[in-house]
Design a protein around this ligand. Sequence first.
Ligand code: NAD
Length: 502
Amino acid sequence: MTVLVRPKALGDYKIREFRMLIDGQWADGAEGRTIERVAPGHGVVVSRYQAATKADAERAIAAARRAFEDGPWARMTASERSLILLRAADMIAERADELAFLDAIESGKPISQARGELAGAADIWRYAAALARELSGESYNTLGEGTLGVVLREPIGVVSIITPWNFPFLIVSQKLPFALAAGCTTVVKPSELTSASTLVLGEILEAAGVPAGVVNIIVGTGPEAGAPLTSHPDVDMVSFTGSTGVGRLTMANAAQTLKKVSLELGGKNPQIVFPDANLDEFVDAAVFGAYFNAGECCNAGSRLILHRDIADEVTARIASLSAKVKVGDPLDPETQVGAIITPQHLEKIAGYVSAASNDGATVAHGGAPLDLGMGQFMTPTILSAVKPEMAVAREEVFGPVLSVLTFETTEEAIRIANSIDYGLSASVWSRDFDTCLTIGRRVRAGTIWMNTFMDGAAELPFGGYRQSGLGRELGRHAVEDYTETKTLNMHIGERTNWWVPR
Ligand code: NAD
């Protein structure tokens, strides 16, 4: 039996009203329309936003353009920018409880997990602040007596930042501080389902000393408020995290004006397990990897590829651990799996499970939505006897659903792992060094974990192969992604190489 944590009613919680941030002013949208967010774990409206139209998006882009061309941000020293980012990091840490609460009620994620994400986000802002001062170009004093070459790094300009709903504050923190560190100005559009914490970030950045127009934040739907940010000629770069479908659309829109795009997209991440692995550690990691953030996670380890000799034992152990996972009220500190983002998304998850069952997969645990009296929830689910060609094994379910596939040889495991369109992350579990390195080198994914799962650090680049995306976030080169390279080629001394002979 799944352990249930029944949601408590939010009682006298007052709906928070948010305006958008354009050119240093908190403003209403041109049409005065609003968007309301219903908390997925509690079923009541918790936030109301001003909805941005195309005209609002264009005002925000114009403000960012002016701030880039005429404002102080791109011109101040890296030390000054870094100090402001450090101040922002401190304020994020000070307001972490409030921000975590907003992310938990709007996304349905467990509050304990949201607090962890906030701590991680503050750390990323500090890391970006440090990188701001390390940004430098190159010089070539080796091109002959008469030539000196200098390569400058300049901020790329106006950057659109578009983020999804599953890690609202963490994902904006993987983009915005690096763009700011480089000297760029920005228009940020969080998901319309989870915009609150990003808007509070706007307050923090103002208080930290970010000048007007450098960070503009609009809320709205993708087609209305997001699309102009991907196509407007005054935008120089789009940094997008979201689904592969919208990523493709973003790239196509950006192609009209040849903008740089950075895309962090979907994943369907294999975990390959050999019989010599530490299975106690693996089964715990498998449950965490599949059910963390209710499986609504680009990195979810939702595709287990188990060696045939251990498949039955491991499946049974995961099924029994799955029953101990606490599902329910996102605001209860004990909860491990919270609510599903929308009722429509819950239907989609349940649809994947029933299609897989109809095609011959076996439900080893769970398999159905959970009625907890309010909000929408899904039982942690493990499916065995899944075939590599089934949709549940190839597509992002984006819910707490684990598919078990099996292999006999290392070559077969690699072939199954690489047989889909995604390539975000993977893991290998074995005590054998050669096995781990072989999988590590041959599986095509941006991150390979060895005997662990979903660990991360600001220092380590993150991003996908193939249809999981383009480019990398985090890591020492993250600020460079938001720059242009300019070559200064300088002639020194008297000219001797005339083109027209003298
Ligand atoms: P989504 O693609 O539906 O939306 C992402 C953002 O794009 C939202 O802000 C949305 O409003 C906006 N958008 C939608 N249509 C748009 C359009 N036509 N033009 C411009 N913007 C538009 O994704 P989602 O459902 O919010 O998030 C889940 C997806 O995000 C999953 O596929 C997940 O794997 C992916 N994701 C990837 C990473 C990563 O780092 N690789 C991290 C988190 C989530």
